[in-house]
Design a protein around this ligand. Structure first.
Ligand code: G6P
Length: 609
């Protein structure tokens, strides 16, 4: 989704700003823009499409340097991706420039009022009302600061904002209400961004603004206060990752890099958390007293995280016998769920910023539920608002299609299930068996990755198909949903994940030689049932790619191609089983010439509802 980057102080120049928004490309965008302040003038450049190929020299500063600048990547909501709708947006005088993430809900009425006052609008966006509002308030307010604050108080909706005023070119004004804003503190420069990725090239010291806070940045520091004007002291935090973590490091795509990092990221998800002597897990971010009183869980999440949540349900019910429900973040609030005493709401989110999941967390808190976050991004809004939680420690995930975060989420949910299970009668032996299997996963994931070329070869043979089915049962049913999601996200092939037994109730009508089926059949408990389903597909002329455990001759006989995964416990099968599906989707997308890291229409972090 939209990205914000701003910079004031030594080293400010158009190249730095463009470099900054390039690091936000992964969030997904369709147009972009930059504004720099030099002398007492603001100069802007706005473009549709990708940043690549455009030179910072296109921003003609007449040889002069700049003091500060803001830059934005836009993911269109109000108005098509055109140059006029791209940010920054200016007021009538061109002296105020502003970039915005989020949605201003009352923009219609504000625009009408401003139009009546003589303001001219040049875009279809909700954002454009803000610079005009500031311009209007500047007529009566004593300072830009006061006008900025006054304008914010009139906005209804969500925003992360960075603004500049030509008459104060050494300052950037920022504010947050529902859309993340993080400040970067350099030696003689201060930065702002919508996430820490573009900041690490300049500093590791950051401050996360909270909702209802604004900040004024200067080259030598910043001040923060609330919308009501009360000053606030913010805690400086350190970004835990470095530049190499957000660069491709020799891989052609972030997605492939992140798939390949899974042996390490899986390990990092359980590292330091296994208590062998007690056959359980130590989860520092969630206190024992909270877990002991849990009577049921309600998982909220979106996208890939929701698929992980479905597996989480099986884990929590099977290992801990805790009844668990899973809801889409967007459904939770509006479906008015019954939240009884003793319900633990678990919010799963890689980014920790997904608006629908965040809204579910807020609703859960209103109705009095305990909430914990299972997030990747440290200090993200969901992590902070939940207050308690378990970080998955997967490291920055840049590819839009989530890969390593999914397997790390599964590991963390497994640890939680074992821990809750041990509190509720899971035997020491069973706990240990499970933990042993977890500790074998990194090595097993490496073995699977070694099969990458063969999987790419299989993928090449199916890359022209336009429809795919993925079938699985039990733990492999959500894995089938995830495999199908990966394929459709990055290759634009229609793919459907189906519970294998449900094939007979409709989807089997789709089977033909043109519609291949990926059959997930690596769990021991339901292996025979899956063989039965595979027979049904074959009998109707369907082509099968099977993912099974080593030595399953019967399934091999039914499939056109078989991918073997190393032997593990059934509940952990998806952690391994999804890796070939990620590789398969990646290779199909490459074969079709798709931009796997920046798939059309998608955003990495969906910060609007
Ligand atoms: C977007 C991303 C998906 C992700 C989903 C939920 O749709 O493209 O990859 O699974 O958001 O994101 P979250 O950060 O909450 O896990």
């Amino acid at each position: 989704m939209c990205g914000i980057f701003g910079y004031v102080g030594a080293g400010a120049n158009p190249e730095v700003l463009i470099e900054g928004i390039k690091r936000l490309e992964y969030r997904g965008y369709d147009s972009w823009g930059v504004c720099v302040a030099c002398d007492d003038q603001l100069t802007m450049l706005r473009r549709v499409g990708r940043i690549g190929g455009v030179d910072a020299a296109d921003l003609d500063l007449g040889g002069k340097g700049c003091l500060s600048g803001i830059a934005h990547t836009r993911w269109a909501t109000h108005g098509a991706p055109t140059e006029a709708n791209a940010h920054p947006h200016a007021d009538c005088t061109g002296k105020i420039a502003l970039i915005h993430n989020g949605i201003i809900e009352n923009y219609g009425s504000l625009r009408e009022k401003l139009r009546a006052q003589g303001h001219r609008f040049r875009s279809e966006t909700d954002t454009e009302v803000i610079p005009h509002l500031i311009e209007e308030l500047l007529k009566s307010e004593p300072s830009f600061d006061a006008a900025f604050q006054g304008a914010l108080r009139l906005l209804v909706g969500a925003y992360g904002i960075a603004a500049m005023w030509a008459e104060d070119p050494g300052a950037i004004y920022v504010a947050r209400h529902g859309s993340p804003i993080v400040l970067g503190l350099g030696k003689d420069r201060t930065l702002v961004a919508s996430d820490p990725a573009p900041l690490v090239a300049h500093t590791r010291e950051v401050i996360y603004l909270d909702d209802g806070e604004l900040a004024i940045l200067h080259c030598d520091g910043f001040e923060t206060r609330t919308l009501e004007g009360a000053s606030v002291n913010k805690r400086v935090q350190q970004i835990a990752f470095g530049l190499p973590d957000i660069e491709r490091g020799g891989f052609p795509h972030f997605m492939l890099k992140e798939i390949s990092e899974q042996p390490e990221s899986i390990h990092n998800a359980y590292r330091g958390r296994i208590v062998r002597a007690e056959g359980t897990a130590k989860l520092g971010g969630v206190d024992e007293a909270l877990l002991r009183k849990v009577q049921r869980c309600h998982i909220v999440a979106c996208g890939t995280s929701w698929n992980a949540g479905l597996i989480g349900k099986y884990l929590l019910e099977n290992l801990a016998r805790v009844p668990t429900q899973v809801s889409y973040g967007a459904e939770f609030r509006y479906s008015h769920p019954v939240i009884e005493a003793g319900t633990l709401v678990i919010a799963i989110s890689q980014s920790g910023e997904t608006a629908d999941t965040l809204a579910a967390v807020r609703e859960a808190k209103i109705v009095g539920a305990d909430t914990i976050g299972v997030c990747n991004v440290v200090g993200s809004t969901i992590a902070r608002e939940c207050g308690k939680g378990i970080y998955i420690h997967a490291g920055p995930e840049i590819g839009v299609a989530s890969t390593k975060a999914f397997t790390s989420q599964l590991v963390v949910l497994s640890l939680l299930a074992v821990h809750l299970g041990r509190m509720r009668g899971l035997s020491l032996r069973a706990g240990l068996l499970y933990l042993d299997a977890l500790e074998r996963l990194p090595e097993q994931a490496s073995q699977l990755l070694a099969d990458r070329e063969r999987i790419a070869e299989i993928a090449r043979q199916y890359a022209r198909c336009e429809n795919f089915l993925y079938v699985g049962r039990l733990y492999e049913y959500p894995a089938a949903l995830e495999g199908a999601l990966k394929l459709k996200e990055i290759s634009y092939i229609h793919a459907e994940g189906v519970q294998a037994a449900e094939m007979k109730h409709g989807p089997i009508a789709l089977i033909s030689p043109e519609v291949p089926t990926v059959v997930l059949a690596a769990q021991e408990e339901i292996r025979d049932k899956m063989v039965g389903n595979a027979h049904e597909i074959r009998a109707r002329g369907g082509r099968i790619i099977a993912v099974t455990q080593e030595g399953d001759r019967e399934m091999e006989g039914l499939a056109e191609h078989t991918i073997h995964i190393p032997k593990t416990l059934d509940p952990l099968v998806p952690v391994l089983g999804v890796i070939p599906l990620q590789l398969f989707a990646y290779s199909v997308a490459i074969e079709r010439g798709c931009d796997v890291d920046k798939p059309r229409n998608l955003a990495k972090s969906v910060t609007v509802e």
